[in-house]
Design a protein. Structure first.
Length: 258
C-alpha cells in the first residue's frame, strides 16, 4: 500500500520516529509484528527493508516505526517529509504472545530492540530491562515509564545505569521477585539474545525472543532469512526456520543456541 507520511522526526542522535497512515495495518498490528518498506524506488534498489512496528493507533489509523540511520536505505528514509508516500506491507510475521494475567512481563531490550516490544505495555504493567553501548543509545525509556513500566538500564561503558550487559540486570530482578511468575520478552542484537536464552534456560524461566535476520521477500517465499531453531526429532537437533513468516518471534523452547 502507498502510505502517507505524517511525521518523521529525530528523537536522539541517529534515531528517528516515523509515523505513517495505514488504517488496515494499524487495526491488526501487535507487538513483535514488522512492516516491510520499499524506501528507494530506483531500479537498483528493489529490496524492501523490515522495521519493527513500535506502535499502532487504531483510532487514527497510524503506524509508528523507530529506526536508526545506518546506511543508504535509512538515510533516504530519514529525508522523507510529511506528505511523502512510502510503499508499506504489513503487519508481517509472528508477534509476541500477550502476557497472561498471572505473570509479570519483563521486556529485555538491546538498543532499539525496545521499539518492537512497546505494545506489550498496552496489556499490563511490567519491567523493561534496557541495554545499550552508551547513554547515546538508550531510547524510549520515558515512553515505557509513562505506560506504567519500571525501567532499569545497563550500558557497556557505564554512562547510564549500571555498567555491564543487560543480562546482568536479571539476577537482581529475580531476587526481588521470589516465587513470582515472570515471563521474558527479548529483542536486540543476536549475541544478546543468545546470552539471554542461555540464562533463562539455566534459571528454568520462560519467554519469547524476536530473532531477526536480513530479509528479502518478507513473506516466506525466498528462504533468504532463515535462522536455526530446535528440532528434537531431526538428525542434527535443529532445522532452518524463516524468520519473516515463522518468526521473527520464537518461543524460548525453539531458540537454538550453539
Amino acid at each position: 500500500m502507498n502510505a502517507r507520511i505524517i511525521a518523521n522526526t529525530r528523537i536522539l542522535g541517529d534515531y528517528f520516529r516515523l509515523v505513517f497512515a495505514a488504517p488496515e495495518m494499524a487495526e491488526r498490528a501487535a507487538a513483535g509484528h514488522f512492516t516491510h518498506l520499499r524506501i528507494d524506488r530506483r531500479q537498483d534498489r528493489i529490496l524492501r527493508r523490515p522495521f519493527s512496528i513500535h506502535d499502532a493507533d487504531r483510532a487514527t489509523g497510524e503506524i509508528t516505526v523507530v529506526y536508526k540511520v545506518v546506511g543508504h536505505g535509512t538515510t533516504v528514509l530519514s529525508q522523507l517529509v510529511p506528505g511523502d508516500t512510502i510503499d508499506a506491507l504489513g503487519p508481517q510475521g509472528r508477534p509476541y504472545t500477550p502476557p497472561a494475567d498471572d505473570v509479570l512481563p519483563v521486556a529485555v531490550a538491546g538498543g532499539y530492540g525496545a521499539a518492537a516490544m512497546f505494545m506489550l505495555t498496552r496489556v499490563r504493567p511490567g519491567v523493561l530491562l534496557m541495554g545499550a553501548r552508551s547513554a547515546a543509545d538508550v531510547i524510549l525509556t520515558d515512553r515505557y515509564r509513562d505506560a506504567g513500566y519500571e525501567v532499569r538500564v545497563a550500558t557497556n561503558d557505564g554512562s547510564l545505569g549500571e555498567k555491564g550487559f543487560v543480562t546482568d540486570l536479571i539476577p537482581r530482578l529475580l531476587a526481588e521477585h521470589p516465587g513470582e511468575k515472570l515471563f521474558f520478552y527479548g529483542c536486540g542484537p543476536h549475541p544478546m539474545l543468545m546470552a539471554l536464552a542461555k540464562l533463562l534456560r539455566d534459571q528454568g524461566l520462560d519467554g519469547e525472543l524476536s530473532i531477526d535476520q536480513i530479509m528479502c521477500c518478507g513473506v516466506g517465499a525466498c528462504f533468504g532469512c532463515v535462522v536455526k531453531v530446535n528440532a528434537p526429532g531431526s538428525a542434527d537437533g535443529w532445522r532452518y526456520a524463516r524468520s519473516c513468516s515463522e518468526g521473527p518471534v520464537f518461543p524460548l523452547a525453539d531458540v537454538y543456541t550453539e
